[in-house]
Design a protein around this ligand. Structure first.
Ligand code: ARG
Ligand code: ZN
Length: 872
C-alpha cells in the first residue's frame, strides 16, 4: 500500500487529551487509554473514527462511559473502527493487552535485558494502544505507569512527574507523569526497570530550575558522566546559538542495550542505544566519545526542531531530521575543530548518501511516496537534508539565517509543519523568493558541476565557466540554486586582491544551467579553490592538474579544500591504476613529497587535520568515483599500492612523529578534540608504517596493543594487526576477547575488526563468530557489528567472486526478517549499489537479491527494499 504526499488530508478527528494507564507485566501488559476525541473542523463531516492498531488485543471499549456493544465497532489487529460516532467531543476508553517479551521488532513497548522501554517513531504507538497514529494529531498526555517494585523500581514517562506511590499488599508501585505540551504519539515513551542514575541540576537561561538525569544498567553509572556533561553543554549551546531553552522540570535520558537505531527524542525522556551513552577510557574510543556528544546533542536539539515544532506528515521527515543534523553538526564544530569536523561530515555524506543517491534506492530529500516509512530514515533525508539547511545559511548569511530560525520557531510552535512553512520563515525575514531553492527537496540524484578556468595575462583577468547537470533530469528540469564558496590561490598563497562583482562574501550563486564570472586584478595564473567548505552537495568536475591541487594543499586558506586537494590527487592516482595504467611513478613521488612538506609544516600544529590528510579516500570513495563496472579487488590493490608508497616514502618522518606525539606515561586520558587528534595522527602513522613495512608495523602494533592506556590506542593497534596475516593477529584478537569478555559494546568492536579483514576466510570467520556466545541475532548492535560492518566496510569480501559474501548477508537478512524486520531491511540496503558492479558480481548480487525477494512471508520492510532495489 503506497502512501503519497499528494494524497495528504487532515485527520477527520483530533485527540486533545490522552490518559494512559499502563500496568506493566513481562507477558501480559494492560493498557487503558482514555482519549478525548472531537471532530476536526478541517476534516470530513460525519466521518467514521478509524484508529490505527498493530498486534493488539482489544479487551474493552466504552464511549462516554458506556460500554459499546460489539456491533457498534470493528476491531482487528490493525485497526479499530467506529462507523458512526457523535458529532461532538466525546471520550473513548480502550483497554488492550500486549506482550512486551514477545516484541522482538523493538517497536512499540518491549523489554530489553529486563528493562521495559518503548520506541514509537515512526508508527510504534499503535502497538501500545489504538490511536490516530499520525504526527499531525497532537495531544496532552497524562501517563500512569504501574509495575512490580522489585524488578522495576524506576518508572519514567514523558513530561513532569506528578505522583508516585505503592499499591499496598501487591508488591507493585506506580508513578504518574504529565506532559503539558501537546505532542504527536510518536514522541510518547515510557521506561520501567532496575537502573542506576546520574544527575545534575541546571538553570536555564529563562531561570527554570531543572534536573538532568541519565539512567543506565546497574553498575555503569560512572560511564554516563560524559553523556551527562554533553547534555548540559547542548542545553547551553542551544540557548546561546539559537535562543532555545528547555521547557520541562526534568530531562531524562535512558540507555538500553537492544535498540533499532541510535536514539530517540521522546519528549523529556530520550531513549538511547547504550552505545551512544556509555563511555570510559578503557571501553570507548575517541570516535565513540564524539558520537555520544553528537547524538546526545541531536536528540536534545529535537526538543525544539521536532517536538515543539513537529512534522505534518512523514514526508516532511527532513524538516526535523535534516535541520537537527545541521544543528548537531554545528554544535560539534563549536565543541571541536570546525575544519576537521566538516571533513568528517563530508566523508560520511560521500560514503553513504552519494551511493544511495546513485542507486535504485535514491529518493528526494522529501520523498513523494513510500511503502514503508521506516525505510526512509536515510542518509539522504538526514545528511543531504542537513546540507540543504547549510546551503540556505550560506545563501542568506548568518544573521538572516538566525532571524529566519527564530521566525520559524515562533510561527510554528505547537504546530505540525511542512518544508514550505520552514522556507516561508526565511522568505519572511529576507524578502527573498526561495521557491527555486526549494527544488533541492524535490529531486533525487547528486548534481554535477563542471568548472573550467582561463587566465588572460594581458588583462590580468581570470574567468571561470560553470555548468550544472543533474543525473536523469530532463532538459526542461529547472536548474538548482547552488552556492559556490570560492576564491583564488596563487603560487604563494590566497589572492585576496582578485575580485569579481559576482562574488559576495566569498560566495558565487550558480542559478543557471551555465554561467561564468570573471575576476579582475589577477597578477598571475591562479588556482581556483572551488566549493570551499563543501558549500553544496555536488560532484565537482574541475580541470585541475595535480600540481594545481598540490598548490591548494599547500596554500589554500580553506582547510576543507586543502584536505580535498590531497584526496583528489590520491583518487586520481588510484583510479588511474585501477584503469590499468601503471601507478604513475613521478605523480606518486610528487604526492609523497608534497605530503612530506605538509607534515613538516603542519603535523604538530594540527595533528587532527594532518591525520585526515593522511587517510586516503576509502575503497568506497574510489568505487563511487569510478561509478560503473566496479571491481573491488582492483580498487583494493591500487589503494594499497599507494598506501605502500606513502608508508615507504614517509617512514622516517612517521616514526619520528609517533615519538613526538606519544603521551608521557601516566597522562590522564582526556577525550577532548586536541588529545584525540594527537592519537589519530599517531595511529594513522602506525597504519601507514605497517602497510609499507609489516615487520616493523607488527612489532609496534603489538607493543601498543599490550600497553595502550586507553581503548582508542588499543583498538587502533588491533586494527593494524588485523591487516597483517599471521600468528600475532590471532594472539592479539584472543587477548582482546578475553580481556573484554563481559563488555558487549567492546566485543562489538572485536566483531567489526574481524568482519572487515580483507582476506579470503573472512566469510567463514564471520560464520564462526555468529555462533560465538557473545553474539546474538536478537541484538541489533551485535548484528550491525558483525554483518553490517562486513557488508559496508569490507568491499573485497562482501563482493567475493564466488558469491559467498552476498549469500552470508542474504541469509542474515532472511534469518532476521521474522523477528526484526527494520534491522533486516537496513542490512539489505548493502545491496543498493549492485548495478554499478562489474558483470560477474552484478549477476551474483542480483541473484542474492532475487532470492531474498522471492522468499514467502517477507515483512513489508524487506519487501520494500527488495522491490525498489530490483526495479528500473
Ligand atoms: N528520530 C530519531 C532520530 O533521528 C530516529 C528514529 C528512527 N526511527 C525509525 N523508525 N527508523 O533521532
Ligand atoms: Zn533525529
Amino acid at each position: 500500500p503506497t502512501v503519497r504526499l499528494a494524497d495528504y488530508r487532515p485527520s477527520d478527528h483530533l485527540i486533545d487529551r490522552v490518559e494512559l494507564d499502563v500496568r506493566l507485566d513481562p507477558r501480559d501488559t494492560r493498557v487503558t487509554a482514555t482519549l478525548a476525541l472531537r471532530p476536526n473542523p478541517a476534516g470530513r463531516p460525519d466521518a467514521p473514527v478509524v484508529l490505527d492498531g498493530d498486534d493488539l488485543t482489544l479487551l474493552g471499549l466504552a464511549l462516554d462511559g458506556e460500554v459499546l456493544a460489539p456491533e457498534a465497532y470493528r476491531a482487528d489487529a490493525a485497526s479499530l473502527t467506529l462507523p458512526s460516532c457523535p458529532q461532538r467531543p466525546f471520550t473513548l476508553r480502550i483497554e488492550t493487552r500486549l506482550d512486551p517479551t514477545a516484541n522482538t521488532k523493538l517497536m512499540g513497548l518491549y523489554r530489553s535485558s529486563g528493562v521495559y522501554c518503548t520506541q514509537c517513531e515512526a508508527d510504534g504507538f499503535r502497538r501500545i494502544t489504538y490511536f490516530l497514529d499520525r504526527p499531525d494529531v497532537l495531544s496532552v498526555y497524562t501517563t500512569r505507569i504501574e509495575a512490580d517494585r522489585e524488578t522495576a523500581p524506576v518508572l519514567l514517562g514523558n513530561g513532569n512527574p506528578v505522583e508516585a506511590g505503592d499499591i499496598p499488599g501487591t508488591g507493585r508501585h506506580y508513578t504518574v507523569w504529565h506532559d503539558p505540551l501537546p505532542k504527536p504519539a510518536y514522541l510518547f515513551a515510557l521506561v520501567g526497570g532496575r537502573l542506576d542514575r546520574v544527575a545534575k541540576r541546571f538553570t536555564t537561561i529563562e531561570g527554570r530550575d531543572i534536573e538532568i538525569a541519565i539512567y543506565v544498567e546497574p553498575g555503569k553509572a560512572e560511564r554516563a558522566a560524559y553523556a551527562l556533561d554533553a547534555v548540559e553543554r547542548s542545553m547551553i549551546w542551544d540557548e546561546q546559538t539559537f535562543g532555545r531553552a528547555y521547557d520541562l522540570d526534568v530531562f531524562n535520558v535512558v540507555a538500553v542495550s537492544d535498540f533499532n537505531m541510535g536514539a530517540m527524542e521522546n519528549k523529556g525522556l530520550n531513549i538511547f542505544n547504550d552505545k551512544y551513552v556509555l563511555a570510559s577510557p578503557e571501553t570507548a574510543t575517541d570516535a565513540d566519545y564524539a558520537a555520544i556528544e553528537a547524538i546526545i546533542a541531536h536528540e536534545y536539539f529535537h526538543n525544539w526542531s521536532g517536538n515543539r515544532v513537529t512534522c505534518r506528515d512523514w514526508f516532511q521527515l527532513c524538516l526535523k531530521e535534516g535541520l537537527t543534523v545541521f544543528r548537531d553538526q554545528e554544535f560539534s564544530s563549536d565543541m571541536r575543530s570546525r575544519a576537521v569536523h566538516r571533513i568528517g561530515e563530508v566523508r560520511t555524506l560521500r560514503a553513504r548518501q552519494f551511493p544511495e543517491d546513485a542507486g535504485p534506492l535514491a529518493h528526494p530529500v522529501r520523498p513523494k511516496h513510500y511503502a514503508e516509512i521506516n525505510n526512509f530514515y536515510t542518509a539522504t533525508v538526514y545528511e543531504k537534508g542537513a546540507e540543504i539547511v547549510r546551503m540556505l545559511r550560506t545563501l542568506i548569511g548568518e544573521t538572516a539565517f538566525r532571524a529566519g530560525m527564530d521566525r520559524y520557531f515562533a510561527d510554528n510552535d505547537g504546530r505540525a509543519a511542512t518544508v514550505e512553512d520552514f522556507l516561508r520563515a526565511f522568505e519572511a525575514v529576507t524578502g527573498r523568493d526561495l521557491s527555486r531553492f526549494a527544488e533541492w527537496y524535490e529531486r533525487p540524484g547528486t548534481p554535477r558541476v563542471a568548472v573550467s578556468g582561463r587566465y588572460d595575462a594581458a588583462t590580468r583577468t581570470y574567468r571561470l565557466d560553470f555548468r550544472q547537470a543533474r543525473p536523469g533530469a530532463g532538459a526542461d528540469a529547472p536548474p538548482l540554486v547552488i552556492p559556490v564558496s570560492l576564491g583564488l590561490v596563487g603560487a604563494d598563497g590566497p589572492l585576496d586582491q582578485a575580485v569579481s562583482d559576482r562574488v559576495k562574501d566569498g560566495v558565487f550563486v550558480l542559478e543557471a544551467a551555465e554561467d561564468s564570472l570573471t575576476f579582475t586584478n589577477v597578477a598571475a595564473e591562479p588556482v581556483p579553490s572551488l566549493f570551499r567548505g563543501f558549500s553544496a552537495p555536488v560532484r565537482v568536475e574541475a580541470s585541475l592538474d595535480d600540481a594545481a591541487r598540490l598548490t591548494l594543499l599547500r596554500h589554500d586558506s580553506d582547510s576543507f579544500n586543502r584536505w580535498e586537494a590531497a584526496q583528489r590527487v590520491a583518487t586520481g592516482l588510484i583510479t588511474a591504476q585501477v584503469r590499468g595504467d601503471m601507478m604513475e611513478m613521478t605523480g606518486a613521488d610528487r604526492f609523497v613529497a608534497a605530503l612530506d612538506t605538509f607534515l613538516d609544516a603542519e603535523a604538530l600544529r594540527d595533528p587532527a587535520f594532518a591525520a585526515q590528510v593522511l587517510a586516503l579516500p576509502s575503497e568506497g570513495d574510489i568505487a563511487d568515483e569510478i561509478g560503473q563496472e566496479i571491481d573491488p579487488d582492483a580498487i583494493f590493490a591500487a589503494r594499497r599500492a599507494l598506501r605502500r608508497r606513502l608508508g615507504a616514502g614517509l617512514c622516517d618522518r612517521l616514526l619520528t612523529l609517533r615519538e613526538a606525539l606519544a603521551e608521557p606515561a601516566g597522562t590522564l586520558f582526556s577525550p577532548d578534540a586536541a588529545s584525540a587528534g594527537r592519537r589519530a595522527l599517531r595511529n594513522a602513522a602506525l597504519d601507514l608504517i605497517a602497510v609499507a613495512d609489516p615487520a616493523t608495523g607488527a612489532e609496534l602494533a603489538q607493543a601498543q596493543a599490550a600497553a595502550a592506556p586507553n581503548m582508542t590506542d588499543r583498538l587502533a593497534a588491533l586494527s593494524t594487526l588485523a591487516l597483517l596475516p599471521g600468528e600475532a593477529r590471532e594472539t592479539g584478537l584472543a587477548a582482546f576477547a578475553e580481556r573484554y569478555a563481559d563488555e558487549p559494546l567492546v566485543l562489538d568492536k572485536w566483531f567489526a575488526i574481524q568482519a572487515t579483514i580483507p582476506e579470503d576466510g573472512t566469510v567463514e570467520r564471520i560464520r564462526r563468530l555468529q555462533r560465538h556466545p557473545a553474539f546474538a541475532m536478537t541484538n541489533p548492535n551485535r548484528v550491525r557489528s558483525l554483518v553490517g560492518s562486513f557488508s559496508l566496510a569490507n568491499p573485497t569480501q562482501f563482493n567475493r567472486l564466488d558469491g559467498a559474501g552476498y549469500d552470508l548477508v542474504a541469509e542474515t537478512v532472511l534469518a532476521l526478517d521474522g523477528t526484526n524486520p527494520q534491522v533486516a531491511a537496513r542490512l539489505m540496503t548493502a545491496f543498493g549499489s549492485w548495478r554499478r558492479l562489474e558483470g560477474r558480481r552484478r549477476s551474483l548480487a542480483e541473484t542474492a537479491l532475487r532470492r531474498i525477494a522471492a522468499t514467502p512471508g517477507l515483512s513489508r520492510d524487506v519487501t520494500d527494499i527488495g522491490t525498489r532495489s530490483l526495479a528500473g
